[in-house]
Design a protein around this ligand. Structure first.
Ligand SMILES: C[S@@+](CC[C@H](N)C(=O)[O-])C[C@H]1O[C@@H](n2cnc3c(N)ncnc32)[C@H](O)[C@@H]1O
Length: 176
């Protein structure tokens, strides 16, 4: 069980973000071969960390990679990320989260990490679109809970599905 007193120790030990440490502890030691998704991947900091520290069979990496790189809208962050995760079983979906949603089966994910567009509308939409992709006993979670737009979107989403939002620092998570 992660408490305020041992949280730092856990993060140090696992090198993982809080929501994923909590997910790991929620899954228990017997749950292996996880299937997950990250919405918003960028150069793969979090993707690499998840792949290193969770027992992942398949990770869907969803990013439109279109943040205005002048010469090649895809190459820079995508190539960096690809190099980092090359030895793992990942599938890139170079699309918006909305476009990629039909490429993920319903109830197929143990976890979904939401970290793409942080505006209120987009964050809420990502939660609504991807929650059905998470299996019962899984976790939907994400980053930047310190942003008002994210906090509001996640709070309203949780209210709509009658679930409690857990949060710590930048991370939030909801158990399904
Ligand atoms: C904050 S970065 C992700 C960081 C990453 N999760 C990490 O922690 O290492 C946000 C990423 O989301 C992507 N993004 C923003 N809006 C998106 C959308 N609607 N669909 C897909 N990707 C999007 C951007 O291209 C950017 O790479």
């Amino acid at each position: 069980m992660i408490t305020k007193d041992n949280l730092e120790e856990h993060i140090k030990e696992f090198g993982l973000r809080t929501s994923l440490i909590e997910a790991k502890s929620y899954f228990g030691n017997n749950k292996k071969d996880l299937i997950g998704a990250e919405l918003g991947v960028d150069v793969g900091n979090n993707a690499e960390s998840m792949l290193k520290h969770l027992d992942i069979k398949l990770l869907h990496l969803i990013d439109s990679y279109d943040r205005g790189h002048l010469y090649d809208p895809v190459k820079l962050p995508y190539e960096k990320c690809k190099e980092r995760v090359d030895n793992y079983n990942v599938v890139f979906h170079i699309k918006t989260t909305k476009e990629a949603v039909n490429e993920i089966d319903d109830s197929s994910l143990d976890f979904c990490y939401v970290d793409a567009d942080h505006s209120y509308d987009a964050c809420l939409e990502d939660c609504v679109l991807y929650y059905p992709k998470v299996m019962s006993g899984g976790v939907i979670c994400g980053h930047d809970y310190n942003m008002d737009s994210v906090k509001k979107a996640v709070g309203e989403f949780a209210l709509g599905i009658e679930k409690e939002v857990n949060f710590d620092g930048m991370d939030w998570w909801i158990f399904k």
